[in-house]
Design a protein around this ligand. Structure first.
Ligand SMILES: NC(=O)c1ccc[n+]([C@@H]2O[C@H](COP(=O)([O-])OP(=O)(O)OC[C@H]3O[C@@H](n4cnc5c(N)ncnc54)[C@H](O)[C@@H]3O)[C@@H](O)[C@H]2O)c1
Ligand SMILES: [Zn+2]
Length: 367
């Protein structure tokens, strides 16, 4: 298929392709048919995305003789709840009568995480594909098989590793995202630049205006590069047991705590919270003389130029610290941080002093 970029996630029998397209939804049906995934798709999405893209999906499925049903979920992190999961699974079961069904997760990271987890646990696993429509989902959450829903005690606590059969990212969907969501996705792209790709970081520094103006070439470039990085890291360390996948958590230890302390997504989107988390981690690295002031300045500057937050508002230290202590990233009681050495290289450090962490966070809180 012409102009489709394919990147492979290499996981032996669980390997799959990430197809990056530009306004080519018409290719999806054929890709699904060729992969022999099933003859009946259960599309999971919300009403906003349904309005924008479902017709295109249904058309391409019909052309390839794949039948379909639609399950609508709420448009917020609330969709990643046990009650919503249970409703989705009951609806899948109702549809699943003498058919080879599979799931299509059509939407942002919320839909991808929820639908992937439903597919993972229904009948001990049915096939699913990711059709990410937000920048964050295209560059990050749709790749790698981490699927989950939230519990009242924290985000993503009920989850699994369950790889999709394929990922289909159409760059054109990013144009209907609002600016805030676009910036949120960009935070993860900056993360990839810092952890492993100084050229990608430089590209964002030079081209962030174009990206924010939805220039197709600039967008395609960052989506392809980010997908390559995520695919490579996941291929080397699928289940985060070798310390390789851990680098993807850069900015996420403090970022998640800020997200939790500000009531998930109400004050900060995921990307906004990790933008601040990346600055905090870089500040810690700088104070420990792991990176120099220039590296910290470049990271803070690009975040600020894009218009992502660099200060913490609406989340007091008394709420952030307990949220941070509950984080999954603690290893036998010791905290674990991904810290930049320079742009393109990070190291993992355990047991960073609580005093230093508190100090760095409190300096970021805007009174
Ligand atoms: N599984 C992973 O590896 C992983 C990685 C990072 C984040 N996540 C999860 O992803 C979620 C965040 O994902 P997100 O930022 O995509 O949020 P989201 O799914 O809530 O999407 C953000 C908003 O944009 C809307 N939207 C999506 N695509 C659109 C489009 N093309 N046009 C217009 N509106 C569109 C959504 O309906 C929603 O209102 C969090 O739950 C986070 O925990 C998972
Ligand atoms: Zn993230």
């Amino acid at each position: 298929m012409k102009n489709l970029k394919k990147i492979t996630v290499n996981l032996k029998e669980r390997s799959y392709g990430i197809y990056i397209a530009n306004n080519q939804f018409n290719c999806l049906g054929r890709l699904l048919k060729e992969s022999n995934i099933g003859n009946h798709a259960v599309i999971i999405s919300n009403s906003k995305i349904k309005k924008l893209y479902n017709e295109k999906i249904v058309k391409t499925l019909s052309k390839s003789s794949i039948k379909n049903d639609f399950i609508e979920v709420p448009d917020s992190e609330k969709a990643k709840s046990v009650s919503c999961l249970s409703k989705v699974i009951s609806k899948i079961a109702r549809i699943d009568v003498r058919k080879r069904i599979f799931v299509i997760a059509l939407g942002g990271g919320v839909i991808g995480d929820l639908s992937g987890f439903a597919a993972a646990v229904y009948k001990r696993g049915i096939p699913y594909v990711q059709v990410p429509t937000s920048l964050l989902a295209q560059v990050d959450s749709s790749i790698g098989g981490k699927v989950a829903v939230d519990l009242q005690y924290g985000k993503n606590l009920l989850g699994a590793f369950y790889q999709p059969r394929l990922v289909f990212s159409d760059v054109s969907t990013v144009s209907s995202l609002n600016l805030r969501q676009l910036k949120t996705g960009l935070a993860e792209v900056i993360k990839y630049g810092v952890i492993t790709d100084s050229q990608l970081f430089r590209f964002i520094e030079l081209n962030y205006h174009k990206i924010l103006e939805l220039d197709k070439e600039a967008l395609s470039h960052i989506i392809i590069q980010s997908s390559r990085i995520k695919a490579r890291v996941v291929s080397q360390d699928e289940r985060e047991t070798k310390g390789i996948r851990t680098i993807l958590n850069f900015g996420h230890t403090i970022g998640h705590a800020i997200e939790t302390a500000s009531d998930y997504g109400k004050s900060y989107t995921h990307g906004e919270a990790i933008a601040i988390g990346m600055i905090c981690a870089s500040e810690i690295a700088c104070r420990l003389k792991i990176c120099n002031q220039k590296t910290l300045c470049r990271i803070e500057s690009i975040i600020s130029m894009i218009g992502l937050p660099i200060h913490i508002k609406n989340a007091p230290l008394e709420k952030i610290m307990p949220a941070y202590l509950h984080d999954k990233k603690f290893i036998s009681g010791k905290n674990r941080f991904v810290l930049p050495v320079n742009i393109g290289k990070v190291i993992i450090r355990e047991g960073i002093s609580e005093r230093l962490i508190k100090n760095v966070i409190s300096q970021r809180i805007k009174k």
